[in-house]
Design a protein around this ligand. Structure first.
Ligand SMILES: C[S@@+](CC[C@H](N)C(=O)[O-])C[C@H]1O[C@@H](n2cnc3c(N)ncnc32)[C@H](O)[C@@H]1O
Length: 213
């Protein structure tokens, strides 16, 4: 087993356990919901036709997918996550929603080329051991001019630098990119019009790019 496979196995076990209480977690209230709200605000400008297709990568229990599905109506919403238990929890909440949840690894996305208009990724990217591969997979499954929106902890501000260094010492094998590292990664992977938004109250960084093909 390679080092990267070991890292993913540890992440999978960790999230399989956390999935049981994930929706009640304090982080859901303090951080994740703010991030979902920011992504939601970006997407609501992107259209809501029945042909609109959005993928939430590393979707966890699907909180953002449900928020998007409620707004987008007949559009297709998909969620993919490494943790089977996270996906089971998401499916338990489906209750008639047209969302397709799948177990899968972002570094090997189980979708065809050019399948999505938008991909969101909320607080999951710092877990990927091969970030180049993950973003190249996101590029592959986005349609030409499709948009990638990644939100994660921001270490460019003083509070974030302290918080995420502590998180990385505790969790090990996770890494929160600096803003300039995100911008370079997006550009190297074929994304243009890269814009970033920082939120300082909770240190969050949203990076958005367009897949030019
Ligand atoms: C902190 S949770 C965030 C979940 C959700 N996006 C949210 O905002 O609430 C991180 C998620 O990323 C998932 N994850 C980690 N590595 C992954 C990978 N390689 N492929 C897919 N999902 C992954 C975990 O299983 C977990 O559900």
């Amino acid at each position: 087993m390679t080092e990267h496979q070991k890292v993913k196995r540890v992440a999978k076990r960790y999230f399989d356990i956390w999935a049981q209480s994930y929706d009640e977690s304090i982080l859901q209230h303090l951080i994740f919901r703010s991030s979902h709200h920011m992504l939601f605000k970006e997407i609501t400008g992107s259209g809501r036709s029945s042909k609109f297709r959005v993928l939430d990568a590393g979707c966890g229990t699907g909180e953002l997918s449900f928020k998007l599905s409620n707004y987008l109506g007949r559009a297709e919403v998909h969620g993919v996550d490494l943790s089977r238990t996270m996906i089971e929890k998401a499916k338990d909440k489906l209750d008639g929603h047209n969302i397709k949840f799948k177990v899968g690894d972002v570094e090997h996305l189980p979708y065809k080329d050019n399948a999505f208009d938008v991909i969101t990724c909320s607080h999951s990217f710092h877990h990927y051991p091969n970030k180049e591969k993950a973003i190249s997979e996101m590029y592959r499954v986005l349609r030409p001019d499709g948009r990638l929106m990644i939100i994660d902890g921001c270490r460019d501000v003083f509070l974030g630098k302290i918080i995420f260094e502590i998180v990385e010492r505790i969790e090990r094998h996770v890494y929160h990119l600096f803003g300039h590292e995100f911008r370079e990664l997006f550009k190297r992977s074929g994304f243009k019009n890269v814009v970033q938004k920082k939120f300082n109250f909770v240190p969050l960084l949203l990076t958005i790019g367009t897949a030019i093909k």
